[in-house]
Design a binder for this molecule. Structure first.
Ligand code: DQA
Length: 144
């Protein structure tokens, strides 16, 4: 399976950023862990702090060879109509993931504009959220 993983703003700062909330692993550590755990999948990692760059990356997935998308849109989860509209063009399974449990945090994090157009949301399991996200996408692809 060819899976595309998007990480949004500030996730490039993992390791330095609020370790109590997000853990001490860097994004590179998480990516290596996923490559080790899923050697049979082709994983492509994309990170951007820019909303437009994320929208363009999603456009590139339309009619692409990728089988599924796992995405942590960071703060854009809660604000981005543009990313949500782009996701609506995708036919492949999409699972939204969050390191933290967004529903146990500030009220402005409870709403996810992007989650509403994803197949499902996994939140609150730290880096394991990405592992669960990949498993969920695998299941959706197999049962399609
Ligand atoms: C996050 C949760 C968001 O609310 C926050 O803005 C992030 C990280 C998470 O993975 O827990 O940047 O997406």
């Amino acid at each position: 399976m060819k899976l595309f993983l998007i990480n949004g703003p500030n996730l490039n700062m993992l390791g330095k950023r609020d370790p109590e909330q997000y853990g001490t692993d860097t994004l590179a550590d998480i990516q290596s862990m996923l490559e080790e755990q899923f050697p049979d999948h082709e994983l492509t990692f994309f990170q951007s702090n820019g909303e437009g760059a994320i929208v363009s990356a999603i456009h590139d997935l339309v009619n692409s060879e990728y089988d599924g998308l796992i995405a942590n849109f960071g703060a854009y989860t809660h604000t981005s109509v543009a990313i949500r509209d782009a996701l609506e063009m995708l036919a492949i399974p999409t699972v939204e993931v969050h390191l933290s449990n967004i529903h146990a945090r500030e009220e402005f994090r409870h709403q996810t504009l992007t989650g509403a157009v994803s197949n499902g949301i996994i939140a609150g399991f730290g880096k394991e959220s990405y592992v669960l996200g990949i498993r969920a996408v695998e299941g959706l692809i197999r049962n399609a």
